[in-house]
Design a protein around this ligand. Structure first.
Ligand code: MN
Length: 204
């Protein structure tokens, strides 16, 4: 069994003007594909590990042989992170969370605007490449960030990521150049809040 690149759930141009078509092609077809290819290469001959669901694999890095562990961390994380990233965006979705998720965001962060500010601050504060996340653990929401292609479940398998923004320059540089804050604002125009709410409901 080899891991495979999932197709984008929408057209490459679907998130214009917030994410440009060229960035989507490079990001999905080249960057994400490379994580998948390198993950499969790292696990060559390790059939039991290769058969694991990607999220289970990165929750169990201690089971990966030493020689492959860093490659699996980076590329397995890259595969999981990007698979989620495509799913939590959509063209023309709700502009804000609704229902129980909205209530939880308001009670945890003050308001949706306060959440966006705190999430943006986490994205801005991540030095170099990485991700900022909205996660839930035991019903409690939190904002965290990770370096490189790390995923929050690597350090805490009880946490469930609900939303993640890629702040690697490959995610935004063609359109937003060096202005990461503008990328965060653009990202909020394409978040799939229905999907985030599904993930929240499933995690509870
Ligand atoms: Mn990326």
């Amino acid at each position: 069994m080899a891991y495979e690149l999932p197709p984008l759930p929408y057209d490459y141009s679907a998130l214009e003007p917030h994410i440009d078509t060229e960035t989507m092609h490079l990001h999905h077809d080249k960057h994400h594909q490379t994580y998948v290819t390198n993950l499969n290469n790292a696990l060559a001959g390790q059939d039991a590990l290769s058969a694991m669901q990607p999220t289970d694999l990165i929750k169990n890095l201690s089971k990966v042989p030493d020689a492959a562990r860093t490659a699996v961390r980076n590329n397995g994380g890259g595969h999981v992170n990007h698979t989620m990233f495509w799913e939590i965006m959509t063209p023309g979705g709700a502009k804000a969370p609704m229902g129980e998720l909205a209530q939880a965001i308001n009670s945890t962060f003050g308001s949706f605007d306060d959440f966006k500010k705190q999430f943006g601050a986490a994205a801005a504060a991540r030095f170099g490449s990485g991700w900022a996340w909205l996660v839930v653990e035991g019903g409690k929401l939190a904002i965290v960030s990770t370096p490189n292609q790390d995923n929050p479940v690597m350090d805490n398998p009880n946490v469930t990521p609900l939303l993640g923004i890629d702040v690697w320059e490959h995610a935004y540089y063609l359109k937003y150049k060096n202005v990461r804050a503008d990328w965060v604002n653009g990202f909020f125009n394409v978040v799939n809040w229905d999907k985030v709410a599904q993930l929240y409901a499933a995690a509870k």
